[in-house]
Design a protein. Structure first.
Length: 433
């Protein structure tokens, strides 16, 4: 049997690992037998040399089984999970979970908190008064059985290998590796009990994959490795050169989600939810094709069934369901400021990361894991790429409880909204759907 050092040599020299070797690496690392410096060396070797789809699938399997694997077999139906690779102001889970569940596909989702300029679904949900995201696995499964959906914080015994590996990747410049990203994403979904997965791979300035070619390569490998593991994985590619919808911030995005569930949401967010939701309904076998699925989703919105499911969901996780009918029950910000266009022209594009950073400055995000967030803080964009603006016309509204942050947030936001002289077409949201 090879030593850990010999396993590192294999990858350093461009060789391939067996399933057994990858299982040993993961197990040794999680148990503490393999120290961080050895895993750091192996991660860099894997980053530089790459891995075949088979190796990636074996790594993924080993990671998924490094902790508890949730058994959702007691929940009838195909369990379809959805994941998006980061982004700014991405409100989709808040809309999709109740929308898809209202059409009969069970949603059992574990989610994360926001860090840096991207927001986290859990922080958004916790802005609903009373809403709890910390539940044990038994309570989680029960909520899915009763209400048809639950979204909770990933418990520490799920995929501990990913937690430990990601923390090392983050500080060793080994995050943007296709096999390591695929292993990280799919292993969490497999451990969470998903039968099928819909992935929204974001491309652009606000995303993790900055170019379309990189995003396509990632999407193809996600699908291939999912298939090797017996999970159906469907990917779409969407533009993240501008934030999704108009709201960026926790309670602001809950408001936006409620509006979208009533059929009154921003066009881009609504369309993305219909496209992702249709794929989930087809994978979940409640619709024969995406056209039929889309009709089901639209009738769930029009009839109020999607909003009813939202209310039931919020109540089951301890939140106040009355927010669905009275958004003034959500936390608000004491201070607002309208940001105005410095010149006349057309909005030529956004630095989505910069928009996220402006929202963070206002208190909507955290720089470090332990930082508190201000649930009422954030911003609402009044413009999209391609819109005409006049000097002094409103571009956005800032919301915060700390007025000392308004100047810096305004400066960041103005840097992140580009206004040019040329009239331009709004860019397509979907690169591949
Ligand atoms: N998202 C993840 O969960 N893991 C990665 O490695 C990258 C994005
Ligand atoms: Ca949004």
């Amino acid at each position: 049997m090879k030593s850990i050092e010999e396993l590192i040599e294999v990858k350093r020299d461009g060789g391939s690992h067996s399933a057994d070797e990858l299982r040993r690496l993961v197990d040794a690392f999680v148990s503490g037998e393999m120290p961080d410096y050895q895993m750091a060396a192996w991660l860099m070797a894997a980053f530089i040399r790459g891995m075949s789809s088979d190796e990636t699938a074996w790594l993924t399997e080993a990671m998924a089984h490094s902790g508890r694997v949730i058994d959702l077999s007691g929940v009838p139906g195909v369990k379809v999970d959805k994941h998006s690779t980061g982004g700014v102001g991405d409100t989709t889970t808040l809309v999709l979970a109740p929308l898809v569940a209202s059409c009969g596909v069970p949603v059992a989702k574990m989610s994360g908190r926001g860090l840096g300029f991207t927001g986290g679904t859990l922080d958004k949900l916790e802005s609903i008064p009373g809403f709890r995201v910390e539940w044990d696995v038994d309570a989680f499964v029960k909520m899915v059985q009763v209400t048809g959906l639950a979204v909770i914080a990933q418990s520490p015994d799920i995929d501990p290998a990913d937690k430990k590996m990601y923390a090392l990747r983050d500080v060793t410049a080994t995050v943007p590796s296709v096999p390591l990203i695929v292993g990280s994403i799919i292993s969490k979904k497999v451990a969470g009990g998903a039968d099928a997965i819909v992935l929204d791979v974001k491309v652009g300035s606000g995303a993790f994959m900055k170019t379309e070619a990189d995003a396509r390569a990632l999407a193809a490998e996600l699908a291939r490795v999912g298939q090797l593991l017996g999970r159906r994985v469907v990917c779409i590619l969407t533009d993240m050169d501008q934030p999704l919808g108009r709201a960026v911030g926790n309670a602001l995005e809950v408001r936006e989600a409620i509006a979208t569930l009533k059929g009154e949401g921003p066009a881009d967010l609504t369309e993305l939810c219909l496209v992702l939701g249709a794929k989930m309904l087809v994978l979940g076998r409640v619709a024969g094709d995406e056209r039929e699925a889309r009709d089901l989703l639209m009738s769930a919105i029009a009839s109020g069934r999607a909003l009813d499911t939202f209310r039931a969901w919020v109540a089951s996780q301890g939140g106040d369901p009355a927010v669905a009918d009275d958004v003034s029950l959500l936390p608000a910000a004491a201070h607002t400021r309208v940001v105005r266009a410095p010149r006349t022209g057309w909005v030529s594009g956004f630095d989505a990361e910069g928009v996220g950073r402006a929202a963070m400055e206002l208190g909507a995000g955290r720089a470090r894991k332990e930082d508190p967030i201000d649930p009422g803080a954030g911003l609402e964009l009044g413009v999209k790429t391609g819109d005409r603006v006049d000097e002094g016309s409103p571009l956005a509204t800032l919301f915060t409880n700390d007025p000392s942050r308004l100047d810096e947030a305004e400066r960041r936001l103005l840097d992140a909204i580009h206004v040019g002289d040329e009239e331009i077409e709004p860019p397509p949201l979907f690169l591949e759907a």
